[in-house]
Design a binder for this molecule. Sequence first.
Ligand code: ARG
Length: 465
Amino acid sequence: MQDKSPSAAQAWSGRFNEPVSDLVKRYTASIHFDRRLAEFDIQGSLAHADMLHAVGILKIDDLSSIRKGMQQIQEEIRSGQFGWSIDAEDVHLNIEKRLTELVGDAGKRLHTARSRNDQVATDIRLWLRSEIDALSALIRNLQIALLDLAEQHSDTVMPGFTHLQVAQPISFGHHLMAYFEMLKRDSERLSDCRKRANRLPLGAAALAGTSYPIDREMVARELGFDGVCENSLDAVSDRDFAIEFTAGAALIMTHLSRLSEELILWMSPCFGFIDIADRFCTGSSIMPQKKNPDVPELVRGKTGRVNGHLVALLTLMKSQPLAYNKDNQEDKEPLFDTADTLNATLRIYAEMISGITVNKDAMRQAAFQGYATATDLADYLVKKGLPFRDAHEAVARAVRYAESRKCDLSELTLAQLCEFSPLIANDIFDVLTLEGSLNSRNHTGGTAPEQVRKAIQRARKSLSA
Ligand code: ARG
């Protein structure tokens, strides 16, 4: 019979009577982004080939040819010599095509007992695992930068806010340690996601498994997976790991976006609490006095992009019938961009935090001006026997009075304070100082500098564990 297939360029062309149109070729190809998976594709193929040989499916000569060919392909890719072609659609077919050019039939035998469906799922998992490892190290660096700054400022007083109104005095170190805790959970979330990602899909083949006597456990071991995906349909269609990772990434970006918002506020001359090193800021082309916090603003902005990727991936998977569908090709760009955005953000953030200078006086002044010790006065009255509601009322009146005199509670005389409650005595003045307020919150998780120092110690230990 005459061969009417359009060309041998497509691995599946035998079934078709006419070539795919250029428009469709461009629409369906993924080579311009999935070539990023090349190293992992080769790694997976080599493990697969080793196994095919071990179970007697692939002769030793073919295995050696495949290894040699892959070695050369790797070198071509690394040196930028590899000729990526849209005709071969994706990374898997590009590499297989080149392998066959280089080693002939051995290259054509590699795809025995395998499908691109289990192949691509394996590649992404290998890629994600290495990204998570790199990101975990970057989170740790940022945590160290936060700890170093917190350590210098366990005694630095700033106003703590609720509703962005001055609430109670806190230690600036304590405030920074809140972000340490967030990042600690973030890091745990990534490790947790890594566990579920670290399972081998290969062997699922297209969807149902394969009739060859394969050894999936051997491939899993060789690739450093903790085990195999237990169901072949699930193995090729599961992208939970992509969603979990992006959800974890979105939360990290969300945390950094909150910190960015604070840095931006604190750097505004209206606050003047901190300064961010010039190398992280830009000027204005029209207003000569300006120094703009571009980096934290962009972090805040890029959070939207990562949150968007999470929604894209959730929407991609919703309603997909089992098992593999071409839709899944759309998982890669959001995933790659999420990892890249997070990587760049964590890197720049650690450096930016190390370059922050603190204006202790401005922080102190802001805490002093906001009646931040009013709760301490109420607590003082409660300890002397007044019910809390009555104490709250008495202190509210005292604050109103101080406000009318444009002074702090601590600047009122004992006689003036006694007007609001006869229970107030001379010992009140220790309570009303910012330091007195801070030091009194001396329990695990409290803002007393002694506790902040302990928290920093615990944190350092947890990082070295
Ligand atoms: N490029 C494809 C992807 O990223 C590879 C798998 C294609 N499988 C298929 N049966 N067309 O998902």
